[in-house]
Design a protein around this ligand. Structure first.
Ligand code: UT7
Length: 357
């Protein structure tokens, strides 16, 4: 059975740089707080009306396709991971297909809604399709435009200070080489904490999930006596800022530092390797403190971990392919290297992948 290799990789971030200092125009925050708690110095924001998750994805994809030495028309399946889709539906996969000018309707498009671990989930799905022989050239993209949906008041500062826009893409192909390709992927989820990092409304929940909330009644911003209409989106939701993402930062942080090392060890154990075999670790760029904590636990040197959250913030589903691409472009990922990827985020969902480059 063939393995799956990354045949081409690319990334694209918007030109507009937004520094921590610039955020202080909108909210009560400071460069000092953001750098100390997250490691972030700046992030990128799209040009409104011109750039979207699909356009960023297309830019990244074009580079990955060219580096894979194929044409857009060779792509037989698209996997699009994002938490910031341009439409509620349809998903970003078909918008990317259109943006790339792929007119082959035999090319399927799948949307992945696994937030920060979306790229790892997508990689695992693609790996199964390639190894089974179903597809030969899968385009997997993580792309985010967070800046359009954030709360720029002080209320939203814990999330707005960390999120950024960008996209990363890979082309995945079969390889028959003895020691190359994806060695293992591990996927996990725990829906118990679904609301700890979430954008709940607008949605079709109708308040149902409140029964899982131990702290009592959540105000969802609608009138419970209403039958139809007035549940999906209301003026109160708009007025009270309920249409923005929410995160219990400390809770997420504690879970992340536990799950990252766990899921990396799980993948290593499966293929009989150890942390000392890792040449490059690419963590989802959630918070520099999380990455540094995991690095210490894995006993990795600074040059064995790629961090770029300083420049781009947390680009959720895009963060791993952007970081992997940067590391590869810098010559830090070479043929034969063992690359470990790991992510944790909303859901909660988390996962890891081991790739022999
Ligand atoms: O990628 C998906 C997974 N996400 C993560 O893994 C993120 C995990 N969590 C984190 O990275 C951190 O929890 C944050 C960076 C989000 C927050 O840092 P923290 O050290 O956990 O701060 P905190 O939420 O406990 O808040 C401490 C204080 C609060 O003020 P009070 O209540 O003590 O007066 C916050 O309101 O810091 C305040 N704060 C801020 N102050 C200035 C929160 N955000 C900001 C801000 N600027 N941007």
């Amino acid at each position: 059975m063939p393995r799956t290799k990354i045949a081409g990789i690319g990334f694209h971030v918007p030109e507009r740089v937004v520094t921590n200092e610039e955020l202080t125009k909108w909210m009560d925050t400071s460069d000092e707080w953001i750098v100390e708690r997250t490691g972030i110095h700046e992030r990128r924001y799209v040009k409104k009306y011109e750039e979207t998750p699909a356009t960023l994805a297309a830019q990244a994809a074009k580079i990955a396709i060219e580096r894979a030495g194929i044409s857009k028309d060779d792509i037989d399946f698209i996997i699009f991971a994002t938490l910031s889709p341009e439409f509620y539906f349809p998903g970003g996969g078909v918008l990317l297909q259109r943006e790339l000018g792929i007119t082959n309707t035999a090319c399927g498009a799948l949307d992945i809604r696994n937030q920060c671990s979306g790229f790892i989930y997508g990689l695992s799905v693609a790996d199964q399709f390639i190894r089974s022989g179903m597809y030969k050239n899968i385009l997997l993209v993580g792309s985010e435009v967070q800046s359009i949906g954030l709360d720029f008041s002080t209320e939203g500062r814990n999330i707005t200070a960390i999120f950024g826009d960008g996209a990363g893409a890979v082309v995945l192909q079969p390889t028959e080489k003895e020691n190359q390709g994806i060695l293992a992927t591990k996927l996990h989820s725990d829906g118990t904490y679904a609301e700890k990092l979430a954008l709940i409304s607008p949605g079709s929940h109708g308040g149902y999930h409140n029964k899982y909330n131990p702290d009592g009644d959540i105000d969802y911003g609608f009138d419970h006596d209403l039958d139809l209409g007035g549940l999906f989106i209301t003026q109160k939701m708009v007025d009270d800022g309920m249409l923005y993402p929410y995160m219990d930062g400390q809770f997420v942080f504690k879970m992340a530092v536990q799950k990252f090392p766990e899921v990396i060890h799980e993948a290593l154990n499966e293929v009989g390797l150890q942390t000392s075999d890792i040449n490059m670790f690419i963590p989802h760029q959630a918070n520099l403190r999380i990455s540094q904590f995991v690095q210490r636990l894995l006993r990795l040197q600074d040059d064995q971990v790629w961090n770029n959250i300083q420049k781009y913030g947390n680009t959720t589903a895009a963060s791993i392919p952007i970081a992997l691409c940067e590391a590869w472009e810098a010559g830090k990922v070479k043929e034969g290297d063992l690359v470990a990827l790991a992510a944790f985020g909303s859901g909660f969902t988390w996962g890891s992948a081991l790739i022999r480059w």
